[in-house]
Write a protein that binds this ligand. Structure first.
Ligand code: HEM
Ligand code: HEM
Ligand SMILES: [Fe+2]
Length: 456
């Protein structure tokens, strides 16, 4: 560790991993409720379990991004973080908010209260006071990171990272606007949900990936930067108007069917480029970095993001197809592999890279970490196939033959059993990952070897 304040990342990553375990366990419970619908239905109903699953996902991914920024920025800017105290205060606010959401939902507190009670918009379910807390935490973060970057060396990586993180915070403000008209509600809801994962989160992904490639492969900074600019350009060009693929059936004007279809098809390009980028860098790289597990996760994230977001996104993005598949298990198949490939794996890549450095050790428990990669990725891939089959059958029976929703669900039971099986593999993989990262090796060999000086 070159800078003392990089240590902040340690706290963020540990909290993120705890929530990661909560998230996948919540998914497993939700998957079990699908095969045995009365499970816990009085105590912890499906809608609450599902909310905990999806929100824990978003929160831990964001904590991972924040931690990554605290880890990367000192090295790039060649400065300590402006105020470590503020960074820990920010983390405390986010943890308090998360606990607030859990308690409010599990015990259904303050029912109907506009400030303290639940808000039931998918992904934005946090009570209003938690949303305000999130904004305060985001402001602290942006202040802290921007001050550090402004005072130090400015690199393309920190610039793109900062723009992405500012974008995340600004777009979140649309979560406060909740019009009574359902069409308008959806229109603005997607400003957060779509413009996050298919816009500004991609900038964060491109910059963290660029950093990892720089460190792991030793390729020249200029080369990495050129790739990053092209990726960012194509991501914004396609992703912004690509929002139209959510405007097909919500009473928005008809031209969105064409704008959405054309631009969202182009969204495959940045994901394809990221995949090519990572492989070309490894191929051209001059460095044999000892952290093989971090390299595996880096290649895994671009490959699975290309399939999950790019291929599985394209599968249902043309309006003629989406007319039939909208809101079926096809959507869930895509949602799982896209989130896992792009953002879960990216976070696990930076955790894998950073932990040995944060603990001043050689890269450790590589084999266990790599086994966890295959277990989790294999489990998610299998889950995606199963849900895709389920969604195809569902689309045909329900949307083509016109059978009723519940009648069709009955016929999908076998797929839901298999989804649960895939989920067990994913949860085991997640436990193994956290074990391999947190459980130390006894002796310290050549402390600091993990951070070979970059060949710039
Ligand atoms: C890190 C891995 C995972 C990620 C990134 C993830 C992500 C998501 C997302 C984004 C949704 C919302 C989907 C949508 O709106 O279409 C969701 C729902 C769900 N997930 Fe996961 N999940 C993960 C792991 C799991 C696991 C291990 C299971 C266990 C079987 C699971 C089961 C479910 C279920 C049952 C739902 C609700 C689906 C529905 O309402 O029909 N997930 N997950
Ligand atoms: C990493 C990037 C991406 C993530 C994390 C992601 C995640 C998701 C999730 C969770 C949903 C379900 C939302 C809901 O209704 O609750 C969704 C819907 C959708 N996504 Fe993505 N996505 C990504 C990229 C893409 C791309 C690149 C495309 C197109 C090529 C795409 C096409 C779609 C479409 C068409 C829907 C609507 C499905 C429906 O009508 O039910 N996505 N996405
Ligand atoms: Fe989208």
């Amino acid at each position: 560790m070159k800078y003392e304040s990089q240590k902040i990342a340690f706290a963020y990553f540990v909290v993120a991993m705890v929530l990661f375990l909560v998230q996948v366990s919540g998914g497993l419970l939700a998957g079990w409720i699908y095969v045995s619908p009365n499970t816990l239905s009085e105590v912890l109903p499906f809608n609450v379990v599902r909310m905990l699953h999806t929100n824990a996902l978003i929160v831990w991914l964001l904590l991972g991004f924040f931690g990554a920024a605290y880890f990367i920025v000192p090295e790039e800017a060649e400065r300590e973080i402006h105020s470590p105290k503020l960074a820990y205060l920010q983390l405390a606010i986010l943890v308090l908010g998360t606990a607030g959401v859990v308690v409010t939902y599990v015990f259904d507190l303050f029912h109907g209260n506009f400030l303290l009670g639940k808000e039931g918009r998918e992904f934005l379910e946090q009570p209003l006071w938690v949303k305000v807390g999130i904004v305060v935490a985001a402001l602290i973060f942006l202040y802290n990171i921007s001050m550090t970057v402004l005072a130090g060396r400015k690199t393309a990586i920190t610039n793109v990272l900062l723009i992405g993180l500012w974008g995340i915070a600004l777009l979140f403000l649309f979560a406060f606007y909740n019009p009574a008209n359902l069409g308008l509600d959806k229109l603005f809801w997607w400003y957060v949900v779509h413009l996050w994962v298919e816009g500004v989160w991609e900038l964060v992904m491109a910059s963290i990936l660029a950093y990892l490639m720089l460190k792991l492969t030793g390729v020249d900074r200029e080369v990495v930067e050129k790739w990053m600019y092209v990726i960012v350009g194509t991501a914004l060009f396609s992703g912004i108007l690509g929002t139209g693929h959510h405007y097909y059936w919500i009473s928005a004007p008809g031209y969105w069917q064409w704008i959405g279809s054309i631009f969202s098809s182009l969204e495959i390009v940045p994901f394809f480029l990221m995949m090519v980028f990572s492989f070309v860098m490894v191929w051209k790289g001059r460095r044999e970095h000892p952290n093989k597990a971090a390299l595996l996760w880096s290649l895994g994230t671009t490959t699975l993001a290309f399939f999950g977001a790019g291929v599985w996104g394209f599968l249902h993005t043309l309006h003629g197809v989406n007319y039939y598949t909208h809101g079926t298990q096809i959507t869930a198949a895509h949602g799982h592999l896209a989130f896992f490939g792009a953002y879960v794996s990216l976070n696990l890549a930076i955790f894998t890279y950073a932990f040995p450095i944060l603990r001043n050790r050689d890269p450790y428990n590589q084999v266990l970490n790599m086994v966890s990669f295959w277990l989790m990725s294999g489990g998610m891939a299998f889950m995606t196939f199963v849900l895709t089959f389920a969604g195809t059958v569902q689309t045909h029976l329900q949307r083509v033959l016109g059978q009723s929703y519940m009648e069709v669900q009955d016929q999908l039971a076998l797929f839901y059993y298999m989804r649960f099986g895939a989920g067990v593999a994913v949860v085991l993989g997640a436990l193994l990952f956290v074990y391999s990262i947190l459980v130390p090796r006894r002796e310290v060999i050549e402390p600091g070897r993990a951070e070979l000086a970059p060949a710039e």
